[in-house]
Design a binder for this molecule. Structure first.
Ligand code: HEM
Length: 312
């Protein structure tokens, strides 16, 4: 059941491709938008089509999640230290909440958070381990900071995580700049607006590409060099940079809701990994790395590493 769930989840997050390798209806949507929905409806009836497989996977995933939500909802003591229980407890707190947080809505939010917070995190973590293995001077500095925190069994609290690992934070940001997991962010103009001399009528879709911004040599000199120090808040490069040049979590009121949680979780995992291990590229890994572009970026063949235990 768990493997099946993970496989479906992985397929749901990686199959939505917005280029010519996408499903027929997506390609058609780019070429002749009016035909997209009628053709999609036809393809949904056609066994073996990509559209049908995607629809089946999404239905299966949401069915599995509905069951999990229903089971948790029926529990008398469901706890309060996890996302689902917090939402279910809230849904029972007042009449207004009962109307807002219906079981369907809680299922949809659970599904959204699951999708939004999995491949993003695994890709960022894999990228960091891959890049640190490539740059010994970065690894040395990172290990020094981690070891200085204290013995391996000391568990950091929230404040420690926020304040005691400034270099780790720079490495994380540089990793997200170097390999940006969310290639596109969409917005729709809610009114006529003029930007950079162009008039965008109400209803126009605008696509931001944070990974392209992250390689702008004006904001990030030598953009193809992996240099975490460029995110040192005291560095000239950092002080000079435009505040919107680095937006891996998006921007504005609809920016990633999990941003702080993501940083906290990633830092904890990095601390745990490098306290005990270092990593080297496996000879079986392709070079240069190949990527697969969908609604998120992922590694085409994964990241293959040798894990070396640290003795000290
Ligand atoms: C490295 C980790 C992550 C990256 C790079 C990332 C990136 C993004 C981006 C680019 C967006 C779109 C923002 C926009 O439109 O301006 C987004 C939205 C979102 N993210 Fe994340 N994310 C990460 C982790 C997480 C985690 C861990 C969670 C939840 C546990 C999460 C939950 C969400 C949700 C719910 C949205 C939709 C927000 C909305 O529409 O209001 N993300 N994320």
């Amino acid at each position: 059941m768990t493997t099946d769930f993970i496989e479906k989840h992985f397929y749901a997050t990686t199959s939505l491709k917005m280029d010519l390798s996408g499903s027929v209806s997506i390609i058609l949507g780019m070429l002749v938008p009016l035909l997209q929905e009628p053709v999609r409806q036809l393809l949904l009836r056609m066994p073996g089509s990509k559209d049908r497989r995607m629809e089946e996977t999404n239905l299966a995933m949401s069915g599995l999640l509905d069951n999990i939500v229903a089971e948790r909802a029926a529990q008398a003591d469901r706890g309060e230290k996890n996302f689902l229980s917090v939402m279910l407890n809230a849904s029972e707190s007042t009449d207004a909440m009962r109307k807002l947080l219906t079981q369907d809505y809680v299922s949809a939010l659970t599904y959204e958070h699951l999708l939004a917070g999995s491949v993003t995190m695994s890709f960022t973590l894999s990228s960091l381990v891959y890049l640190v293995a490539m740059y010994p001077e970065v690894e040395e500095k990172l290990l020094k900071e981690i070891d200085a925190f204290g013995p391996k069994d000391v568990v950091p609290n929230v404040e420690d995580i926020q304040t005691k690992f400034p270099y780790m934070e720079q490495v994380l940001k540089e990793t997200m700049r170097f390999y940006t997991v969310s290639p596109l962010i969409a917005r729709e103009a809610s009114e006529d607006v003029q930007i950079g001399g162009y008039v965008l009528p109400k209803g126009t879709w605008v696509w931001l590409a944070p990974g392209v911004l992250a390689k702008d040599p004006k904001q990030f000199p030598d953009p193809d060099v992996f240099r975490p120090e460029r995110f040192d808040p005291e560095s000239e490069e950092c002080k000079r940079r435009h505040p919107y040049a680095f937006i891996p979590f998006g921007i504005g009121p609809r920016a990633c809701i999990g941003q702080k949680f993501a940083f906290q979780q990633l830092k904890l995992v990095i601390l745990h990994l490098y306290r005990h291990h270092v990593f080297r590229h496996s000879p079986n890994m392709e070079f240069p790395l190949q990527f697969q572009y969908s609604i998120l970026v992922n590694f085409k063949h994964g990241v293959k590493l040798q894990v070396i235990e640290r003795k000290t």
